[in-house]
Ligand binder design. Structure first.
Ligand code: GLY
Ligand code: MN
Ligand code: MN
Length: 460
């Protein structure tokens, strides 16, 4: 598998910087500081909930109703925060302040499935590792349940060990998870490289006339990740399908003509997500391409505003004004951006949030957190889908994903609400066949200029 990843000349060969070898060297040097940070956070979380031990189960398989078929396994994000293990079930991270962390690692006796490989990599020397052959063998290796904070899913329960997720611990751990360590940022850069490589393959497939399904397959082949490994379902939309925000149908035949292509697709690396959207016009000289270019330029300006001290809610509102300015310039909107925002017309064209925190989960936790002791920051009135309301701080990674769509359901509502005069409907008719435009990058807030992780990967 690893040899295949670095094979040269093949259509899907990953760029050199993604090679596992290089990755191991860089990451190993960064891991001790990451682990020290997690230990310090765990110390404080335990103090806040009055427990002595932190137990983090990796998770257990979920099965379909009345069936022996399991769903794709999604590891507990708290578990993969400590370790780059995303496929092991019924395993436990055990942490007691002042002691080396312990990993109880299930390597079952099983001839039906491939058994997880023995632990290896940059992290093993930092853990006491206990290999078990059945889930129950974990029991004598765990500290007393009554003194433990157990962070995980309900179905990870084992004997007396039922995840109780103490709120004070969760509030603290989730809030702190917003501040990525250097190790995490390095892994996220790798996820970007993998996704960008696949985005390029997808664009080639679009320009070669492939169907949505064909483009999706080209993407997965280039990413070397299948639908259960990418961090969310690929959105691969041709023509009007781009107006369906979470379009995941994957049409088996290509439309004729194929006018436009919106792809929202990511990749995972050691449990960290990339979340990237691009929109392409078949005709690079037409008006839709010009509209894509305008949104792209505006999006880059928004990314440049990811600065410490900036309220993300303000970025979202500013994005509405910028996008409506573009629609006015292109003759779609007949009123000022401010008027479109005030009447709700702008929300018909841009009906989702500007973005969200990203990391171990594509929509990462704590986007609304008021503090590490709980509470939440409301969304601005009239913006029900925004997923991030915090003030930006160094170490946060957020997506910036403005969009403009031609969605009949929402545009009909504008008419019904008496604001139809705000729009030039002939221009809507012109752009409707192209569906919509979204451009999405993942951006690291620093103490200085932001680092656009996605653009850096496209430039590499
Ligand atoms: N891919 C889902 C999102 O952009 O939030
Ligand atoms: Mn996103
Ligand atoms: Mn996305």
């Amino acid at each position: 598998m690893q040899a295949a990843l670095t094979r040269t000349g093949a259509e899907w060969a990953l760029p050199a910087a993604t090679s596992p070898r290089m990755n191991t060297v860089d990451i190993a040097a960064l891991y001790p500081q990451h682990l020290a940070t997690l230990k310090a956070r765990a110390d404080e979380a335990l103090a806040r909930c009055g427990r002595d031990h932190l137990l983090v189960p990796s998770g257990r398989r979920h099965y379909q109703a009345f069936d022996d078929r399991d769903y794709a396994f999604a590891v507990n994000p708290h578990f993969k925060h400590w370790l780059p293990l995303t496929t092991v079930t019924d395993s436990w991270v055990v942490y007691t302040p002042g002691q080396r962390p312990k990993l109880v690692f299930l390597q079952p006796l099983d001839y039906w499935h491939v058994v997880p490989e023995s632990p290896s990599g940059w992290w093993v020397e930092h853990f006491d590792i206990h290999v078990i052959r059945s889930a129950e063998e974990a029991l004598p290796l765990l500290p007393p349940a009554a003194r433990s904070a157990i962070i995980g899913e309900a179905n990870s329960a084992l004997g007396d060990y039922t995840p109780d997720n103490p709120q004070a611990a969760l509030d603290y751990l989730h809030y702190q998870r917003s501040y990525k360590t250097a190790y995490e940022v390095a892994l996220m850069r790798q996820a970007q490289r993998r996704a960008v490589h696949a985005h390029r393959a997808a664009e080639r497939a679009f320009r070669a006339g492939e169907s949505e399904f064909g483009i999706h397959m080209a993407y997965c082949l280039a990413a070397q990740q299948d639908a259960t490994e990418v961090p969310y379902q690929n959105i691969v939309a041709l023509n009007r399908n781009g107006a369906v925000l979470h379009y995941t149908e994957l049409g088996r035949s290509a439309p004729d003509p194929s006018l436009s292509f919106l792809i929202d697709a990511g990749a995972s690396h050691c449990g960290y997500a990339a979340d990237i959207t691009r929109t392409y016009a078949a005709d690079r000289t037409g008006e839709f391409q010009a509209l894509v270019d305008a949104v792209d330029a505006a999006q880059q300006a928004m990314c440049a505003s990811v600065r410490a001290g900036t309220d993300y809610r303000q970025l979202h509102v500013d994005a509405h004004l910028a996008l409506m300015g573009i629609l006015r310039e292109f003759g779609v909107l007949k009123v000022s951006p401010e008027a479109a925002l005030a009447t709700g017309v702008s929300a018909a064209f841009f009906p989702h949030g500007l973005g969200h925190p990203i990391g171990l989960q594509v929509h990462d936790v704590a986007g609304f957190a008021a503090s590490d002791r709980g509470g939440s920051i409301d969304r601005p009135a009239g913006h029900p889908f925004l997923r991030m309301t915090r003030v930006l701080e160094p170490g946060m990674v957020v997506t910036i994903e403005p969009g403009i769509y031609f969605i009949d359901m929402l545009l009909d509502e504008v008419r019904r609400n008496g604001h139809g005069d705000s729009i030039d409907w002939a221009r809507v008719d012109f752009f409707r066949p192209y569906g919509g435009i979204r451009i999405e990058d993942d951006v690291l807030c620093t103490g200085d200029a932001p680092e656009n992780l996605t653009r850096a990967a496209f430039a590499g």
